[in-house]
Design a binder for this molecule. Structure first.
Ligand code: G3H
Ligand code: 13P
Ligand code: ZN
Length: 349
């Protein structure tokens, strides 16, 4: 299958009542791990690259690796998404390269740290939507700000300082016409999200439910959604690592989200943990080894295992063959004639 529109993938997920994991990549092995997990579970996939990934791998390598994935797995619907675009120019360059979906994270200023005003966020997101939709490309926006700064995205703090206001979410969706909306409900990027298993005082699923009630047709996105499983932490620490005790987002909370409008779930940290643990184990147990394949292969397998498990838990498993790709040109036509209009159907308060 050619690279497909993320909007099509999310619309199909909404029809089927499941969520789709969006997994971050920086290199070939991570793309291979995701595609093998997709094949194993017969899942549609979203692969996403951040600005950091684009700088690390270089755009052309990344794009051609994605084309290779589409070519090698023709039965898998695959969308290529820009994670946390920080400006119109970043989104434009991704679209011109061949990404089929972009996130304009206008919740923060272009530095990726300072919260932007609502008006600034609307203006830059709307600019991206106009440019992208004309070309059949999907746009994810963000309203509210994630906590933490561990990987350079986020306003710092606990994650509770800038939780999304449901009224603002409605106004934002209405004014921008985004296809998908990331909301802030207390999560943050990276491994250190919560100091104990989160409850409703720190993980605001009630806000998510309130937003879904007001915006029943909008595809909601959960960022910072790694579960940071103890077994993956333990492998790292057993083989010389130094992770402090920490908790992520429990899978059952994500599943509650999926029953309430969440269609895209961003996961990066769990895969980073799996890869690092596998590499540490090989180097610790067999220090004489120096062929990168000796540790990259187990690393790739460890990531595939995590991704396959999440695909099953999010419900996307089994759905790869449900539909055929709609061309990006047809999607563009849908935005033009209004059939793909995302102007929210706002439910009563
Ligand atoms: O948004 C956060 C993702 O985990 C990507 O992180 O910017 O370090 O590539 P990154
Ligand atoms: P995690 O750090 O929880 O994996 O979140 C990743 C993410 O939100 C990427 O945008
Ligand atoms: Zn994110």
């Amino acid at each position: 299958m050619p690279l497909v529109s993320m909007r099509q993938l999310l619309d199909e997920a909404a029809k089927g009542g499941y969520g789709v994991g969006a997994f971050n990549v920086n290199d070939m092995e991570q793309i291979q791990a995701i595609m093998e997990a997709a094949k194993q579970t017969n899942s549609p996939v979203i692969i996403q690259a951040s600005r950091g990934a684009r700088a690390f791998a270089q755009d052309n390598y990344l794009y051609h690796l994605m084309l290779a994935a589409a070519e090698l797995y023709p039965e898998i619907p695959l969308a290529m998404h820009l994670d946390h675009g920080n400006s119109f120019e970043t989104c434009k360059s991704a679209i011109e390269l061949g990404f089929t979906s972009v996130m304009m994270d206008g919740s923060l200023k272009a530095d990726g740290k300072t919260p932007a005003t609502f008006e600034e966020n609307v203006a830059v997101t709307k600019q991206v939507v106009d440019f992208a939709h004309e070309r059949g490309i999907t746009v994810e926006g963000e309203i509210g700000v994630l906590g933490g700064v561990e990987d350079g995205h986020g306003a710092g703090g606990s994650g509770l300082e800038h939780v999304t206001d449901p009224d603002q979410a409605v106004e934002f969706a209405e004014k921008t016409g985004v296809d998908a909306l990331a909301i802030a409900i207390g999560t943050s990027h990276g491994a250190y999200k919560f100091s104990k298993k989160p409850d409703g005082s720190v993980l605001k699923m009630d806000i998510l439910l309130a937003i879904h009630k007001r915006l029943p047709k909008t595809h909601l996105v959960m960022h910072g959604s790694s579960s940071v499983p103890k077994d993956l932490q333990d492998v790292i620490n057993r083989y010389g690592g130094k992770l402090k005790e920490t908790w992520g987002v429990p899978v059952e909370e994500i599943q509650l989200g999926i029953r309430n409008g969440v269609r895209k779930i961003n996961v990066d940290t769990d895969n980073r943990l799996a890869i690092t643990g596998a590499i540490r184990k090989v180097l610790w147990e067999t220090p004489e080894k120096f062929d990168p394949r000796d540790y990259l292969k187990p690393a790739r397998e460890a990531m595939q295992k995590v991704v396959a498990l999440r695909m099953t838990q999010f419900g996307q498993a089994g759905h790869a063959g449900d539909y055929k790709a709609v061309s990006i040109a047809e999607i563009a036509q849908g935005y033009k004639d209004g059939s793909l209009s995302t102007k929210p159907l706002v439910a009563d308060k």
